[in-house]
Write a protein that binds this ligand. Sequence first.
Ligand SMILES: [Zn+2]
Length: 170
Amino acid sequence: MLHSVITQFLRSVEWGELDYLIIDLPPGTGDVQLTLIQTVAVTGAVVVTTPSTVALADVRKAIEMFRQVNVEVLGVVENMSTFSCPHCAQAIDIFGHGDGAKTALEYGVPVLGEIEIDPRIRVGGDVGKPVASLGEAAPGAKSLYALAHAVVKRVDEVRPTSGGPAVQID
Ligand SMILES: [Zn+2]
């Protein structure tokens, strides 16, 4: 069922002209990932982690899986990286900090960004106005834009050798 849903999503939707098609996958290395890889030529994978040890184990598995199937790992993003106290602006590492970067280094892939824990990101999502849609200068949006710029740069780097844009989704 998953396979047919993904295939239909990719092949039967009128996507029009796209700059990028970014697909948010569930964690792990399951059927969804494999089906996607088998259905279209994927330009690259962005691996998202939190600083917790459990998430990092998943990240290792994901990087190894993508490498096995020759999908370029664009890099690692550490989500919920740090929290800036609204009262004194002190940085608090609720779930720890920097292990995402350590894992990236271990595998020789870039760190694409660190997204802070910011209630504005959650609120923006809840009210249907994602903080990123408010512009690069908006409070809470800066790290998201930095991440987007880093991803664009990496895609440009790997594009000549990745299978992505060579395949037409029709
Ligand atoms: Zn404080």
